[in-house]
Design a protein around this ligand. Sequence first.
Ligand SMILES: Nc1ncnc2c1ncn2[C@@H]1O[C@H](COP(=O)(O)OP(=O)(O)O)[C@@H](O)[C@H]1O
Ligand SMILES: O=C(CO)[C@@H](O)[C@H](O)COP(=O)(O)O
Length: 521
Amino acid sequence: MSAADGPLVVGVDSSTQSTKALVVDAATGRVVASGQAPHTVSSGAARESDPEQWWSALTEALRQCGAAAHEAAAVAVGGQQHGLVTLDAEGRPVRPALLWNDVRSAPQCERLVEELGGPKAWAERIGSVPAPAFTVAKWAWLREHEPDAVARTAAIRLPHDYLTERLTGEGTTDRGDASGTGWWAAPTEAYDDGVLAHAGLDPALLPRVVRPGEVAGTVGTLPELPFPKGVLVAAGTGDNAAAALGLGLRPGSPVLSLGTSGTVYAVSRRRPADPTGTVAGFADARGDWLPLACTLNCTLAVDRVAALLGLDREAVEPGGGATLLPFLDGERTPNLPGASGLLHGLRHDTSGGQLLQAAYDGAAFALLRALDLVLDDGDGPGGASGTGRPGGAGDPADAAPLLLIGGGARGAAWQQTVRRLSGRPVQVPEARELVALGAAAQAAGLLTGEDPAAVARRWGTARGPLLDPVERDEQTVERIAAVLADAGPLLGSGPSLGSGPSPGSGPSPGSGPLPGATGRS
Ligand SMILES: Nc1ncnc2c1ncn2[C@@H]1O[C@H](COP(=O)(O)OP(=O)(O)O)[C@@H](O)[C@H]1O
Ligand SMILES: O=C(CO)[C@@H](O)[C@H](O)COP(=O)(O)O
């Protein structure tokens, strides 16, 4: 037996690189057992994963949890956002899932934005200007490139929907993850029939949107899992919304997540609608909003540079004037899907450690710029009035601490880079798996009737060392901004992605001035 104070719940994080499962005591938040199993992501131009492998990874992660998982009374799944899972009439994947960081859908995305009224119209309609990451762009890519797969598709799911459905046998999603599809209207909180018609997508293929606090279903007969039949299953949500739950996040408290993706976000009571496309206007998993900016190149890009240099990821050295824009996978913030990595300012005396530091700086730069926009959309003490806005009013040292999470948050070089380029106090929660904890808090909320964010606050999940602010390194921030602004032609769409803006189109997020030039993001 687990000797827990309360019932046990299971929280799952099925993110890009792996699935993690935690068995958590719902009374105290104590992690009783944990497990993790990796995913395979295709390389080359495509970024695809087999949904069946997510299920195998979940099974393995739960097996590692041992006896405790057998006692679970409720479960919830958080998952990487946006991925397009296509299922046939038997519920089996038609093909591998197209992941959020697959930029092949950039031309389709650009066309969609223009065809339905341009960036401002989209921001007002769905809360976001779709990026190639959004599911609607992936569906458009599939229709163009694989009509046979489209013809065989009987259901469309997001990654967390897919796993939840394998648990319950019912097709469900939630407002948080639905808001990243591009076919969920933020103002009405319902699927947008106009977008669906334009995308050639039958609404009958989509899952039911479960309300916050509602039960999505119960676990069916699944001999491969430790759960007995009838265990409650919560709605689950996208991984960023799950981490917001897991931190018990309140408006005005910004989060920086360093994983495969870099994300920066805050909870907001106001519905965001950023026509520049920098800030996605996601819904959170409770009933509020989650303005968020996301980069494609974060921990993996920095680790790749370290590997190329033959250095440990912590072997950074200060100084040096080199700038490295680590856009190894193309980039989303700024919206440069065809970009590749760019190095500028190399000298004879530049050391490998300085180049590695330049990769960290280049990866953190856009996220920290976007932080100001995210908080402009938010409300509370960390918002525009008390901010770390570069060049803006207010001393960042007095702003709300930046909560640093994700795999990279454990790294000293990441922590120091974020402190130096933000000038803010930085808090690093001791709890490692905030996405899985958020899912666990959602599952616990089903049992107790509590708000999942209140559950997480009761558990004290955000507790961790508070790192004092250091003076912001304005020189580096300005140097990166200048290189980004000047590098426009080199960072534009690559030959494999083709199409530029449609003739006669208005500004699109990919065609506007670079962030460094505007000082906006
Ligand atoms: N101690 C560490 N220092 C720096 N980076 C780390 C450390 N531990 C893990 N990472 C990075 O964390 C990443 C995985 O983070 P995670 O948030 O689990 O990713 P995802 O949710 O995208 O699957 C890896 O790419 C790895 O580079
Ligand atoms: O696309 C986004 C957010 O819009 C990404 O944040 C994905 O949700 C993947 O997250 P990780 O696997 O990097 O945690």
